[in-house]
Design a binder for this molecule. Structure first.
Ligand SMILES: [Zn+2]
Ligand SMILES: [Zn+2]
Length: 271
């Protein structure tokens, strides 16, 4: 199953008791938006998903007004299928190529309205979905991290924060919105053997956004660093390193670490 595009029929959202069709959700978003137990908003009304039936491509819902919202949690793995272009930025590397992204929605959180307090996590049994697409990625070396004084325990949060912020800034350089692109950051990626941050097109085969990011990498990542540095928050906020679509609930994130990481990456960039 593809994450987007050819990923099958749209899922119909049907009111269970009346059989009334409320609308459809594209197959790519269904696992996140209308999984069993999700609170689904439709034209200002709130519904609870009684069951997501993937075989029939239907989500049965009932009107409900629970005191919480739901947020899906997912895991994403990425595999490099081929590298088309690679440039050296000092000891760091910037690459563009083909990847396979595997995403699985694994659970959801109930979050109390107004306070945002987490009320609990419920496991989901949904199949993984794969997407073959194009990505831009960059790697730094352990030696660079040591030299910059970035500790191993800071790396996951630093890379994750840099990934989020760069996704937020890419629409300034490629005509897309942040929902068209995704990202993965890995402290040690099996295909690169290095700490790596990937940003990929959310459409099968790619849509040119990641490629544009590769071509404009220096201004793009410089703008990313500048946006994080300029933000007056202390530990990260939705204007800089937090992402509304994060499948890990914006955890871990390390604002200071992301500044260190992007600074050392850009230090090797050609002028
Ligand atoms: Zn901020
Ligand atoms: Zn994230």
């Amino acid at each position: 199953m593809d994450i987007r595009g050819s990923g099958g029929a749209p899922v119909r959202v049907v009111e269970a008791d009346t059989g009334r069709l409320l609308g459809t959700v594209d197959a790519a978003s269904a696992h996140t938006a209308v999984h069993t137990g999700a609170v689904h908003l439709h034209q200002g009304r709130s519904y609870l998903v009684r069951e997501l039936d993937l075989e029939e491509a239907v989500a049965l819902v009932e009107p409900a007004d629970p005191p919480y919202s739901t947020v899906a949690r997912d895991t994403t793995a990425i595999r490099v299928l081929g590298t088309d272009s690679e440039v050296k930025w000092g000891d760091a590397r910037l690459c563009f190529g083909s990847v396979e992204v595997t995403n699985q929605v694994v659970s959801y959180l109930k979050r109390r309205l107004v306070t945002g307090e987490i009320l609990g996590e419920t496991k989901l049994d949904l199949p993984p979905r794969t997407l073959r697409t194009r990505a831009v990625w960059w790697c730094v070396t352990e030696e660079q991290l040591d030299a910059a004084g970035l500790l191993p325990e800071e790396l996951p949060g630093a890379a994750h924060a840099a990934e989020h912020a760069s996704i937020g800034l890419l629409p300034l350089f490629a005509t897309c919105d942040r929902w068209d692109i995704g990202g993965v950051s890995v402290p040690l990626h099996p295909d690169t053997g290095l700490p790596t941050v990937f940003v990929y097109d959310g459409h099968p085969g790619g849509a040119g956004f990641a490629e544009r990011g590769f071509q404009r990498a220096r201004p793009w990542l410089s703008a990313t660093l500048a946006a994080i540095t300029a933000c007056e928050c202390e530990r990260g906020c939705p204007s800089c390193i937090q992402s509304p679509k994060c499948g890990n609930g914006n955890d871990p994130l390390d604002k200071a670490g992301s500044v260190g990481l992007l600074t050392l990456l850009l230090a090797g960039a050609p002028a």
